[in-house]
Write a protein that binds this ligand. Structure first.
Ligand SMILES: Nc1ncnc2c1ncn2[C@@H]1O[C@H](COP(=O)(O)OP(=O)(O)OP(=O)(O)O)[C@@H](O)[C@H]1O
Length: 305
């Protein structure tokens, strides 16, 4: 069953189109990344999911319910970690978790939730003494405490340290394993690609593409760069033999580093074998993915074309 199903969903403010005829299906148990730069329309879409804003036209069903007529049940079954939220500085973290569970009408297990978000031992401290990262963890805990069927995360990693980011990714995977659908909105490609099954790229209110990140990168060609460190300076003929491989679009060398642009992910192992056959020992391998900015500009330019 599609948990989110949008058909020709648009939002306009006067002459300005903030969402332009969005068609999107997100399936049950899927971790879906909603990727777009600032101002792309991500928060507007999330607000419409929960009926905090109304679309100008189009249809939207969430968890099998009409998002406008049945917004109450949609909100009951969804949990959102918004981009901005308010906590009560004088109340302890534990009370926030208990409150969230009570509002959702589910069993309160504050210690378990606090442990899941890495706040064990901090639950009795007033939230005013928490760091930004701890507040973000607590806000995530409040969402988890409500045991949602649809988990909506809007820039969830903001304020988290690398450890917190890893913990967040583990929680997202655990939730999806339990059948929860996760809608992960962010402008950071690395955050999204670390956990998401599929992503949608939103730019200026237009959904430019929806697919797995690898497939998106492959579709625009030149998906990644392979950096090979070798034990000796490569000679011209060994570079030419790399250039001739299908799936290599460019070869460049700087000292003992060979930089290869690959349009086909499968060509990387062939390039390493070819380099060894040319008599060079590969001492280090690094793959650099295209940045979100590059992906966006490729898709935007393709759209313009
Ligand atoms: N009430 C409004 N009236 C007019 N324009 C609006 C209104 N609310 C939002 N917008 C415009 O809609 C566009 C999309 O905003 P939105 O907040 O949905 O983007 P976003 O992708 O969530 O950005 P960010 O990553 O910065 O949160 C922006 O250009 C914004 O100025």
């Amino acid at each position: 069953m599609a948990v989110i199903e949008a058909n020709a969903l648009s939002k306009r403010y006067g002459e300005s189109t903030v969402l332009d005829s969005i068609d999107l299906q997100v399936e049950e148990g899927e971790i879906f990344g909603f990727l777009g730069p600032n101002g792309a329309g991500k928060s507007t879409f999330i607000d419409i999911l929960l009926d905090f804003r109304r679309p100008t036209s189009g249809q939207l069903s969430v968890l099998g319910h009409d998002s406008q007529r049945e917004s109450k049940i949609v909100r009951q079954r969804s949990g959102i970690l918004p981009d901005g939220y308010e906590l009560y500085s004088r109340l302890p973290g534990r009370q926030h978790i208990e409150f969230a569970a009570t509002v959702a009408g589910v069993d309160s297990r504050p210690d378990r939730v606090l442990a899941r978000v890495g706040l064990e031992g901090d639950g009795d401290q007033p939230v005013g003494s928490y760091s930004k990262g701890m507040c973000q963890r607590l806000a995530l805990g409040m969402v988890l405490a409500s045991d949602p069927d649809l988990l909506i995360l809007d820039e969830p990693a903001s304020g988290l340290d690398p450890n917190g980011i890893q913990q967040l990714q583990e929680i997202v995977r655990e939730e999806a394993d339990r059948g929860t659908t996760v809608f992960f909105s962010s402008h950071l490609l690395e955050q999204v690609e670390a956990v998401c099954d599929r992503v949608g790229i939103l730019n200026d209110g237009e959904l430019l593409a929806v697919d797995a990140i690898d497939a998106l990168q492959e579709a625009i060609g030149g998906s990644s760069e392979l950096l090979l460190t070798v034990d000796d300076q490569p000679i011209e003929s060994s570079l030419r033999s790399l250039e001739e491989l299908d799936g290599i679009t460019d070869v460049d060398a700087d000292g003992t580093t060979i930089r290869l642009s690959c349009s086909d992910p499968a060509v990387k192992s062939k390039a390493i074998t070819q380099t060894s056959s040319a008599g060079l020992t590969v001492t280090d391998v690094d793959v650099q993915r295209r940045s979100l900015e590059e992906l966006f500009s490729e898709y935007t330019e393709a759209g313009d074309r």
